[in-house]
Design a binder for this molecule. Structure first.
Ligand code: HEC
Length: 106
């Protein structure tokens, strides 16, 4: 019983950050490719950005600050609030130190 409770506590703690973010990984991937990759692909106007560009902690900090382009403009200028959550879910879930790192074709 004690072990079961301990296990459930760990499960609840592990699930909490994902639930709190509430974004859709799948939608985020689509939005990232459609919106962000126009400027952030190899050979495009800004330097290449993929989920692997940062660790999970770094992406979380990035979205907590919610500033884009070296802090010059709010992320909200590029995306609607629900899209910000989706892109965050995608980038955090596939960050360089995540269980499923992904380059998003880039
Ligand atoms: C209109 C072009 C454009 C679009 C669209 C765009 N970016 Fe950027 N981004 C830039 C520029 C310009 C910079 C600053 C120069 C650089 O890092 O290459 C930048 C910088 C960044 C950086 C480096 C850190 C920073 O903010 O200084 C990250 C991460 C980033 N963008 C993520 C994103 C994400 C995520 C999206 C999609 C929601 C996105 N960008 C969409 C142009 C764009």
């Amino acid at each position: 019983m004690r072990n079961t409770l301990g296990f459930l506590t760990i499960l609840a703690l592990a699930a909490a950050p994902l639930a709190a973010e509430g974004g859709s990984d799948i939608k985020g991937k689509y939005i990232f490719k459609k919106t962000c990759k126009t400027c952030h692909a190899a050979g495009a106007s800004a330097k290449e950005v993929t989920p692997l560009s940062k660790t999970q902690a770094q992406w979380k900090a990035y979205f907590a600050a919610a500033k884009h382009n070296g802090g010059k403009e709010p992320l909200g200028k590029l995306l609607k609030p629900e899209q910000v959550k989706d892109v965050q879910a995608f980038l955090v879930n596939h960050a360089s130190d995540s269980p499923q790192p992904e380059t998003c074709g880039g």
